[in-house]
Ligand binder design. Structure first.
Ligand code: FE2
Length: 235
């Protein structure tokens, strides 16, 4: 698994910017853990909440955290791509500079959707982000939202460009593993993230999740997953 160039689409690995890593040292430990688990690219997705911070302030804080960390990283640790975990609010699709919160130079936007039942407005806005704004939303830890959604809405989202990400813990946890594997197998979920917040608290365990997927769904399945994931963030 270690030479497989595995991507991690969701992490709080940048130091001192949100409720994730508290210091550069902790970030370095997290990156080393990710490296030892075979992760080649980690997307750093600090929380962005438009009610609490402006885009300019967020981007400058993220840039500073990224620079401080980059100066200290060893050569063989995963490549860090910057992004954000953007809190959804009704009307977010009208936010002019949304693309600045996307992953690297892509149009991929990690979006934290409300937990609870989404109404037609929310679903339409999610779908319209891709059709009208050319943003490709990735719904973060979608396992938290899926149980509440109507099938017709999920079908509408699935037939759009919107992507779904699940957390590694959803695969690892024995009580949810079967469900996670089914979602991956039927294609409703495409991407995996560690959603790691620290070296001790909520540490990265994504390598274990990929290993379980390979074990249960086959090596080829993981190969396809990582090729697809890498093609999204490296182009
Ligand atoms: Fe997160």
């Amino acid at each position: 698994m270690k030479d497989r160039l595995l991507p991690d689409f969701h992490s709080h690995v940048l130091p001192g910017i949100d409720d994730g890593s508290r210091s550069t040292e902790e970030s370095l430990r997290m990156l080393e853990m990710l490296r030892s688990q075979g992760i080649s690219t980690v997307v750093a997705t600090p929380h962005f909440d438009a009610d609490r911070i402006t885009i300019d302030d967020f981007l400058s804080r993220r840039e500073r955290a990224f620079r401080v960390l980059s100066e200290r990283v060893a050569e063989d640790v995963p490549t860090i791509k910057t992004g954000a975990e953007v809190s959804y609010y009704p009307g977010i699709s009208r936010l002019e500079r949304l693309y600045e919160l996307c992953i690297g130079k892509t149009r991929l936007l990690l979006l934290e959707m409300p937990i609870g039942k989404w109404d037609k407005y929310v679903v339409d806005e999610l779908v319209n982000l891709s059709s009208s704004r050319r943003i490709i939303p990735i719904v973060a830890h979608v396992e938290r939202c899926l149980p509440y959604q109507e099938r017709r809405f999920l079908e509408k989202i699935s037939s759009s460009d919107v992507l779904f990400q699940i957390n590694a813990s959803f695969v690892i946890n024995i009580s949810t593993r079967r469900k996670a594997l089914r979602l991956l197998k039927n294609g409703l979920v495409q991407l995996l993230g560690s959603d790691c917040h620290g070296a001790e608290t909520r540490p990265p365990e994504i390598g274990e999740a990929y290993r379980i997927i390979a074990d249960k769904l086959g090596e080829k399945f993981v190969t396809n997953m990582l090729e697809y994931g890498n093609s999204l963030i490296h182009f």
